[in-house]
Design a protein around this ligand. Structure first.
Ligand SMILES: [Zn+2]
Length: 74
C-alpha cells in the first residue's frame, strides 16, 4: 500500500489528512478532478507505510491530524 498526506493550510482549518494513494480524493497525489488549488494546500507522498505518512503529518506541526473518512487508511 502507498499513502499520501494532504496538508491543508486554509485559515482555521490547518490539518494534515492521511489517504491511501488509490483514494478518489487523493488519486495518487493528483487530487480530485480539476486538481487542488495551490492556495488551499498540497499533497505530499508517496509513503510506503502508514507510519511514515503519520510521521510526516506530525512534523508539519498542524494541530489536526486525521485519517480520510472515505478511504480510512491504517
Ligand atoms: Zn482518502
Amino acid at each position: 500500500m502507498t499513502y499520501w498526506v494532504y496538508e491543508n493550510w486554509r485559515a482555521g482549518a490547518k490539518k494534515a489528512k492521511t489517504h491511501f494513494a488509490h483514494c478518489s480524493y487523493c488519486n495518487y497525489g493528483k487530487g480530485i478532478k480539476g486538481g487542488t488549488r495551490p492556495d488551499n494546500g498540497k499533497w505530499v507522498g508517496s509513503f510506503d507505510t502508514f507510519e511514515d505518512a503519520i510521521a510526516h503529518a506530525r512534523q508539519t506541526g498542524f494541530p489536526n491530524i486525521e485519517p480520510c473518512k472515505v478511504c480510512n487508511p491504517s
